[in-house]
Design a protein around this ligand. Structure first.
Ligand code: CP
Ligand code: NVA
Length: 306
């Protein structure tokens, strides 16, 4: 494993190893045991989009691993004035031991990895959000004691979060059904890749337009914002189209009695999810947010450790 750009690129074993190491680092951190696995190393973190969780969890995680996290707003870099990814990747590789990037075009992250010589971690692109899916699956494991054989229901936009969940489910042997409105389906190539990955674990990957089909007997209910970063101008139209896909009590009653609710956050109560669900007894959203820290520490240790 050289980078973490897409969960499709890593093996099932690597996927499981990240989650196991994340659990170990989490337990050690809670017990007050320090683990300076990245002492003296620097992680550059480039952001061209806003962030609360990603920035704070990477920055804290790098500090806890004994390294130095360097926050870089793309607007303040020459990258924001047109310097090429090629030059940026080469120059940064001379200074730092790893790069985390959150940006729009997925190809920019791939190019950074292609032209640079240090590990690159995808902190969200328009296409994928792998670190989020790792944290989600760590959370599921903690609450359900297993991953294999569970049913995951995602209802809403076929976006970056949904794409990475498809890959994670395929790796973990979890069944997943994604329900989206017409015109907002998941990327076809990603669905095909996930189905291919799922052959090794035997899980089922289903896409549908019917939210009820997705949530029926599900162990996990999940949604995400209807308006991702960069889509602000489409808000009014999206709210109209997505409203039948709101995760509310009426829909949730079709899930298993002991379902858990996940949301990567930021959430918009009253839109993709109602308050009673996101703030209700089944919701584990703050465990999920915390697990960004532990999952990403495992990723950084595996990619950047000696
Ligand atoms: N879930 C997530 O990535 O949150 P931020 O946008 O706050 O980083
Ligand atoms: N789909 C959302 C996730 C935010 C963490 C977005 O891309 O804005």
């Amino acid at each position: 494993m050289k980078h973490l750009i897409s969960l499709h690129d890593i093996t099932n074993e690597e996927f499981n190893k990240i989650l196991t190491l994340a659990g170990k680092l989490k337990a050690e951190t809670k017990a007050g045991i320090t683990h300076h696995l990245l002492k003296g190393k620097t992680l550059a973190m480039i952001f061209t989009k806003s962030s609360t969780r990603t920035r704070i969890s990477f920055e804290t995680g790098m500090y806890q691993l004994g390294g130095y996290p360097m926050f870089l707003s793309a607007n303040d870099m020459q990258l924001g004035r047109g310097e090429s990814i090629y030059d940026t990747a080469n120059v940064m590789s001379r200074f730092v031991d790893g790069i985390m990037i959150r940006t729009y075009a997925h190809s920019d992250v791939e190019d950074l990895a292609k032209y640079g010589t240090v590990p690159v971690i995808n902190g969200l692109t328009d296409l994928l959000h792998p670190c989020q899916a790792l944290a989600d699956f760590l959370t599921i494991y903690e609450h359900k004691g297993k991953l294999e054989g569970l049913k995951f229901a995602y209802v809403g936009d076929g976006n970056n979060v949904a794409h990475s969940l498809l890959y994670a489910a395929a790796k973990a042997g979890m069944d997943i059904t994604v329900a989206t409105p017409k015109g907002y389906e998941c990327n076809e190539e990603i669905v095909a890749n996930a189905k291919d990955d799922a052959k090794s674990t035997g899980s089922t990957i289903v896409t549908t337009y019917d939210p009820l089909e997705a949530v029926k007997d599900a162990d996990i209910l999940c949604t995400d914002t209807w308006v991702s970063m960069g889509q602000e101008a489409e808000k009014a139209e999206r709210v109209k189209i997505f409203s039948p896909y709101q995760l509310n009590a009426e829909l949730a009653k079709h899930a298993k009695d002991d379902y858990i609710f996940l949301h990567c956050l930021p959430a918009y109560r009253g839109y993709e999810v109602t308050e009673d669900i996101i703030d209700g007894e089944h919701s584990v959203i703050f465990d999920e947010a915390e697990n960004r820290l532990h999952a990403q520490k495992a990723v950084m240790a595996m990619l950047m450790g000696d």
